[in-house]
Write a protein that binds this ligand. Sequence first.
Ligand code: FAD
Length: 137
Amino acid sequence: MNVLVAGGGMIGAETASYLCVQCKEKVTIVEMLPDIANDMEGGIRDDLKDVLNKYFVKILTKTKLAGVTEQGALLDTGCETILYPCDTVVLAIGTKAYNPLEEELKGLCETVVVGDAITPRKAVKAVREGFVAGMNV
Ligand SMILES: Cc1cc2nc3c(=O)[nH]c(=O)nc-3n(C[C@H](O)[C@H](O)[C@H](O)COP(=O)(O)OP(=O)(O)OC[C@H]3O[C@@H](n4cnc5c(N)ncnc54)[C@H](O)[C@@H]3O)c2cc1C
């Protein structure tokens, strides 16, 4: 299968490595910035890039996903829009909190919201907030 991962931040780049190493898929990453995984620490980012390189993941930077058709993805290179054949498109173009329970629990019991339910971040923040919430009950 040809998989296109749209978004080359930490989540897209890590997902791409999983797809090529574990699932043996042929993977392409599309990233609108000049480089991928800018939100990762240098050493880990270099290791991840080595894996992507080793498994022949194609990385298209300064390129945007502009749409999807039955034939494949439409990629905006800044100069032109090209059709890029693929079977699956993975969207890793941003995250947002999903927390419908908070509203449902209002008035029923004391509720403390922590972690990505507030806003998506890194695990260390979620762990810290959970720790503080636990200490305050
Ligand atoms: C691909 C990827 C890579 C990442 N890599 C890193 C990294 O390298 N370093 C880092 O620091 N952070 C990383 N993150 C971010 C990190 O995973 C999150 O910040 C962290 O997991 C948030 O913790 P959390 O407990 O708030 O939410 P989550 O880890 O999402 O846990 C929420 C849990 O609640 C469960 N749940 C949801 N609704 C209900 C319900 N109604 N009842 C019971 N259970 C429910 C869910 O199934 C889930 O298990 C990464 C995220 C992704 C997506």
